[in-house]
Design a protein around this ligand. Structure first.
Ligand SMILES: Nc1nc2c(c(=O)[nH]1)N[C@H]1C(S)=C(S)[C@@H](COP(=O)(O)O)O[C@H]1N2
Ligand SMILES: [Mo]
Length: 301
């Protein structure tokens, strides 16, 4: 698989972290496969991003399948069995089927992506993900000509996901992207953080990460991917269409009906950290702005 986006943030920007040393082994492994370093995508602002610590990233979570408090996922997600795991890929693809996660990973190129992560609730973190481009997985399945959208579904297993015994949201959690968003090289399927397997509370064993959209688009613990020709329903839009649109691109100029989106609270910054201004498309406008050329972003929020 070609590496089509160059990570401009390096380990020099990273908070020292013992787990993080594992990363070097991963990179070394990739080097032996012979990755090209092509940068078809504009460089992102380098040097100003410090990944949050492992503890911050894994102890303050939204994963309503395990409860609605920020600490519920870290407390209860250990009940989730993540092995064996498979993903059903169906709809408008040439090779539909149920793919074992191990078989998928054997074909994918895993790399590190240090991304800003902005929740619609106006808090943010910086996360050093490990994952592969969703485009590579979709190409593995083979897209049919009439493919226009990609739908995602989280596991539904109330015995292990205690929140699914309550009507907090309609289960299973579902999300969707337009095909060009799904194929964009910034869009990844993450299987790790800091070079370690992704913890259950962060969406083990595999979740979506779309860094220019509000966090709820980045659906966790995925068991099904369906390619469609119509815009798929999405969980938060079903819960409140006036508040949560299909696109949900981070946009400081379009407020949530109940709060401002102009700034954000940095979770790892400590109690007295100042809010920081929210960036258009979470700082990725140079990469993805053209996907929305000519669209009224206050209408397609
Ligand atoms: N299946 C599922 N995916 C989900 C959620 C969820 O409740 N269920 N929460 C979303 C929200 S609102 C956010 S902000 C991110 C949080 O990801 P993190 O816990 O890794 O920071 O996951 C998103 N993906
Ligand atoms: Mo969120």
């Amino acid at each position: 698989m070609a590496k089509r986006w160059k990570n401009t943030l390096t380990s020099a920007d990273v908070t020292p972290e013992e787990h993080y040393l594992n990363r070097r082994q991963i990179i070394a492994g990739l080097a032996s496969i012979g990755l090209a370093g092509g940068a078809a995508i504009p460089a992102l602002a380098a040097g100003d991003l410090k990944p949050d610590t492992w503890d911050t990233i894994t102890s303050y979570n939204n994963f309503y399948e395990f409860g609605t408090d920020k600490t519920d996922p870290a407390t209860y997600a250990r009940a989730l069995t993540t092995d064996p795991w498979s993903i059903q890929i169906d709809g408008l693809v040439e090779r539909p089927g149920t793919y074992a996660l191990g078989d998928i990973l054997a074909k994918m190129t895993t790399e590190e992506r240090i991304y800003r992560f902005r929740c619609v609730e106006a808090w943010s973190m910086v996360v050093p993900w490990n994952g592969f481009e969703l485009a590579d997985l979709l190409q593995m399945a083979g897209l049919k000509g009439d493919a226009k959208y990609v739908a995602f579904e989280t596991l539904h297993r109330p015995e292990e996901m205690r929140g699914q015994n309550y009507p907090i949201l309609e289960w299973p959690y579902v999300e969707g992207l337009r095909l060009d968003e799904a194929m964009h090289p910034l869009t990844i399927m993450a299987t790790g953080i800091y070079g370690k397997p992704i913890p259950n509370q962060n969406g083990a064993p595999i979740r979506l990460v779309v860094p220019w959209k509000y966090g709820f688009k980045s659906i966790k613990s995925i068991v099904r991917i369906t390619v469609t020709d119509t815009q798929p329903p999405t969980s938060w839009n079903k819960a409140g269409a006036r508040e949560y649109g299909f696109y949900s691109n981070v946009n400081p100029q379009v407020d949530h009906p109940r709060w401002s989106q102009a700034s954000e609270r940095t979770i790892g910054g400590g109690l007295f950290a100042k809010r920081k201004p929210t960036l258009m498309m979470n700082g990725y406008e140079g990469d993805v702005g053209k996907l929305y050329a000519g669209m009224d972003l206050s209408k397609h929020f």
